[in-house]
Design a protein around this ligand. Structure first.
Ligand code: ZN
Length: 299
């Protein structure tokens, strides 16, 4: 099943629904960040949640989710844009905990049950839109649902799942979000919430071969969804050598001189994707040269 974000509406546009399949993106993130089983689930749920939050974004807009709890993972950051790109990292990717009594990955314990969930939407305006809510359980889906109601006043059903194999690879990952917009009939909202409690976990629905449209239909019951856009999803980081050089230039000539004197090179690792950029002695001196060049007179 390909990684996809599916958006839909139902009940004359008063119900908004998104389904995300993110297995490959989460597996990519796991390999890049060498995450423990529980950290894979925490990061995977966060990446999937960011993809759900990205529904409705337009070109050049993005959304950042930060789950900052008091657990051993130390915080999880995920970002998604309108093009279906997600990227993210955990502060302590190797942190892990034993399974819960129910033999489940203890994501709530790893994230921590106390802390904050922050959502920042960069809509290309002067200031990004920021909202936050206290964590409820650290399990991320409940925390995001709580964020939607307390910060955005949108009653929402959120489900997130990451199924990790004994060899640590990701077997399935996905999520869904159903929201009641102003004007939604209360009996429809009640029926959706009741239905959500009976739904199979999304990874189970995926592993029994249901298509993304079938998962959507099953979540909405007898409401007939109007399918909107379908966007391919992938782990993608926008870091590049040029951006790394830009960051190094901001250090200034003196700092860069000290760096090459000490290390003989500059090494930068992107937090979001783990890619490593190494600039040789000569390359750093080239950057210093740029800083020392007088600004060309174009007049
Ligand atoms: Zn990167």
């Amino acid at each position: 099943m390909r990684d996809t974000i599916l958006q839909a509406t139902a009940a004359d546009g008063t119900i908004r629904a998104s389904v995300v399949i993110s297995t490959h993106a989460v597996e990519d993130a796991r390999i890049r960040h060498v995450t423990s089983a529980t950290a894979t689930a925490a990061l995977g749920r966060s990446l999937t949640a960011a993809a759900l939050l990205s529904a409705g974004l337009k070109e050049n807009q993005s959304v950042m989710l930060r789950v900052l709890g008091d657990g051993p993972i130390g915080g999880v950051i995920a970002q998604a844009d309108a093009e279906g790109h997600v990227r993210g990292y955990a502060m302590h990717p190797q942190a892990d905990l034993p399974h819960t009594d129910g033999r489940k990955l203890d994501v709530g314990g790893l994230v921590g049950r106390r802390g904050m969930l922050h959502v920042t939407r960069d809509l290309g305006l002067r200031t990004p839109y920021h909202g936050s809510a206290r964590l409820v359980s650290g399990e991320i889906a409940e925390d995001l649902a709580s964020y939607f109601i307390t910060s955005e006043q949108i009653p929402s059903v959120v489900a997130l799942g990451v199924l990790v194999a004994p060899n640590l690879s990701v077997l399935a990952a996905g999520g869904l979000c159903i929201q009641a917009l102003p004007g939604a009939r209360p009996e429809i909202v009640d029926a959706l919430e009741a239905r959500a409690r009976r739904l199979l976990p999304i990874t189970q629905m995926m592993s029994t071969g249901r298509t993304i449209e079938e998962i959507l239909a099953e979540s909405l019951g007898d409401l007939h969804p109007h399918i909107g856009t379908t966007t391919p999803l992938a782990f993608y980081c926008r870091c590049s050598r040029e951006r790394v050089e830009g960051v190094l230039l901001m250090l200034g000539a003196q700092e860069l001189e000290a760096l090459v004197a000490q290390e003989g090179r500059a090494e930068v690792t992107c937090r979001f994707c783990g890619d490593r950029y190494v600039l040789s002695d000569d390359e750093v001196r080239g950057l210093i040269g740029k800083l020392e060049d007088p600004v060309p007179d174009v007049m």
